[in-house]
Design a protein around this ligand. Structure first.
Ligand code: AMP
Length: 243
């Protein structure tokens, strides 16, 4: 979890590569749904272009169906960008409890607001693979991995960025408090100002430590994870890739 631009997308894909755990991004799911030429697609496009949050029912439906499917998969899931409201957090708690899955390990990528604004205005994304670049650290025109064009996200302009940050402060900070107070999950703060590779190492250490907790605590999260989490993908993060 964390504010727009904190590095959730970069870190969840690095963690997914390192652990083999599936990762879902509610932002990506919603961006795809918003491309549909339907009334629902238009509604989502308008909400996201304005910097607001999509309604809880739509987001919860998308995430919860995947959590139910996870029962037949690895038994674990990385949630990137969910929950973002107290209603979503409480719904998640109820669903996990009903399914007999442990409460989540909550990783908060903490980054000061001025740095977030700077990062978001400089962020570009590969149109093909979704890799994220920061123009300050890599003045590239094409993706280093597949040569895809680097594009600016429609909601990464300054006016919309400020609205997204306001929505984060109003709706999502209370969720972090909810977890910080030990309600329904274990909260860990991660310094989101370090390099992508350093953050990835911190995230991996926290996950490994959590894994070392009593089996009953860990089992619900990573029932069939590899015995050693590989860090090779994290170490090989391209220099231009950042949050
Ligand atoms: P992201 O890619 O995580 O920055 O999300 C992009 C946009 O998708 C956000 O600004 C919201 O409009 C929407 N969104 C993503 N996740 C959620 C969520 N959990 N709840 C509500 N809206 C969301």
């Amino acid at each position: 979890m964390g504010a727009p631009g904190c590095g959730k997308g970069t870190q969840s894909s690095l963690l997914a590569s390192a652990t083999g755990i599936d990762s879902i991004s509610t932002g990506e799911i919603l961006r795809q749904a918003a491309q549909e030429s339907t009334a629902d697609g238009l509604r989502l496009r308008q909400i996201m272009a304005s910097g607001g949050l999509v309604d809880d029912a739509t987001v919860c439906d998308a995430v919860i169906s995947r959590i139910r499917n996870m029962q037949c998969g690895s038994g674990s899931l990385i949630l990137d960008g969910f929950p973002r409201t107290l209603a979503q957090a409480k719904k998640l708690s109820r669903v996990l409890e009903a399914l007999g899955i442990d409460p989540p390990l909550v990783l908060h990528l903490d980054v000061p607001t001025d740095i977030l604004v700077q990062r978001l205005t400089r962020r570009r994304q590969c149109a093909l693979c979704g890799a994220i670049y920061n123009l300050a650290s890599a003045s590239l025109a094409r993706c280093e991995a597949d040569g895809g064009p680097l594009i600016e996200r429609a909601d990464d302009n300054e006016e919309v960025i400020l609205k997204r940050l306001a929505a984060y402060e109003m709706e999502t900070l209370p969720v972090l408090d909810y977890y910080r107070r030990g309600r329904e999950g274990s909260y860990r703060r991660v310094d989101g100002c370090l390099t992508a590779a350093e953050i990835a190492n911190d995230v991996r250490d926290i996950v490994l430590l959590d894994r070392a907790a009593p089996v009953a605590t860990w089992a619900g999260r990573i029932r069939s994870a590899p015995s050693q989490l590989s860090t090779s993908r994290i170490r090989s993060v391209p220099s231009g890739v950042t949050s």
